[in-house]
Design a protein around this ligand. Structure first.
Ligand SMILES: *Cc1c(COP(=O)(O)O)cnc(C)c1O
Length: 365
């Protein structure tokens, strides 16, 4: 079986795949509506929140667009903290819909600096919101979101978080940290296929929503709230199969326990980093902030990262990710989130040992 080690889509357990294969049902019928309500409640437990949670049919990026258009009006000043490709994407979504976006960037591979966020907020009191990526999948860096949230809190701004590749694997207590709008996606930590974005909206998020004038139709939190309250419906036909699958996956996750899931990812993250370093490779991310869901490895010492991924795929049936945008060809990435254990990571490390020299590693430069 292919060892799919990319940071999403992640492999699905057989129980989840069986649920995906179920016959269609009426999405306005009792059985499905009950499932929507139960999935929503289970997600609240995984998100550690009492806030409103909605299932939106679309990919994670759709969820980010939903978060933006439901929170802002054109011309609103937004501080967008970006440490990589996905941070830039979030800033671009807000710009596309007419927000007045200030992008606070960190060097790729480094986390966001809470003090720099504080300085930006001090400099411009008219900023309404802070947007930040929790786990930057493109660079393998996890921001210190707890400290960022604490830093932003006294300023009373809306805090909008892309947690697409973190929550469900990396600890993110939405209520404790005061996250106003949180977005995740089904194909990352959740062990189900792509097709759903899941969002959590705080009271402050609803206040922003009431004043938000950005155009929206499909992505409308107020409509989602009204439909959910109507017995567990969604405004439009949802990805029925993915919701059925998520119901099963959440039962598996709840029976493993959130704390155990987080501990498993901490262990797998450490194991991956120690393993690649033991092979003589260099991590791309600042190690103090290295992600426990995806490891970015630098193509040092003659290594052709693209050639490596091809060899891994063709000779070992292991699928790794490459670098995105400026990092294309410069790094490779190993996903270790969702339905994964030590065995799959160990297999990657063992294969790398023989694959690396074939991809030029050890040849200098
Ligand atoms: C995967 C990912 C996205 C994009 O999600 P899609 O489902 O591909 O639209 C956005 N942000 C982060 C941090 C991601 O890991």
């Amino acid at each position: 079986m292919t060892n799919l080690r990319i940071p999403g889509p992640t492999p699905c357990p057989p129980e989840v795949l069986s649920a995906m294969g179920r016959q269609m049902m009426n999405h306005r019928g009792g059985e499905f509506m009950k499932t929507v309500l139960s999935v929503t409640e289970k997600l609240k437990r995984m998100f550690q929140t009492d806030n409103d949670v909605f299932l939106l049919t679309g990919s994670g990026t759709g969820g980010l667009e939903a978060a933006v258009v439901n929170s802002f009006s054109p011309g609103d000043k937004v501080l967008s903290v970006s440490i990589g490709v996905f941070g830039d994407r979030l800033a671009n979504i807000a710009k596309t819909f007419g927000a007045d976006v200030t992008v606070l960037k960190s060097e790729w591979g480094k986390p966001a600096d809470p003090q720099a966020i504080k300085a930006s907020l001090d400099n411009d009191p008219s900023i309404k919101a802070v947007m930040v990526t929790h786990n930057e999948t493109s660079t393998g860096v996890t921001n210190d979101l707890e400290t960022i949230a604490k830093t932003v809190k006294p300023y009373n701004k809306l805090l909008l978080v892309d947690a697409i590749s973190s929550i469900g694997s990396i600890n993110l207590p939405v209520d404790d940290w005061g996250i106003d709008v949180m977005v995740t996606g089904s194909q990352k930590s959740w062990m189900v296929p792509p097709g759903l974005a899941m969002v959590a909206i705080s009271e402050k998020g609803w206040q922003a929503n009431a004043n938000a004038k950005m155009p929206r139709f499909y992505w409308d939190f107020a409509r989602a709230k009204k439909s959910l309250a109507n017995g567990g419906q969604t405004p439009w036909t949802p990805a029925v199969s993915v919701i059925l699958a998520l119901d099963v996956a959440l039962d598996m996750m709840l029976s493993e326990g959130l704390e155990n899931i987080i501990a498993r990812h901490i262990k797998l993250g450490r194991m991956t980093r120690e393993g690649v370093k033991a092979l003589g490779l260099k991590l791309f991310a600042d190690e103090a902030y290295a992600s426990n869901t995806v490891t970015a490895v630098l193509g040092s010492d003659g290594l052709d990262a693209k050639a490596l991924n091809k060899i891994m795929r063709e000779e070992y049936d292991i699928v790794l990710s490459g670098g995105q945008m400026e990092l294309e060809g410069k790094i490779f990435r190993i996903g270790h989130l969702g339905w994964v254990n030590e065995r799959e990571v160990e297999d990657v490390l063992v294969a790398l040992k023989t694959a690396l020299p074939k991809a030029g590693f050890g040849g200098g430069n």
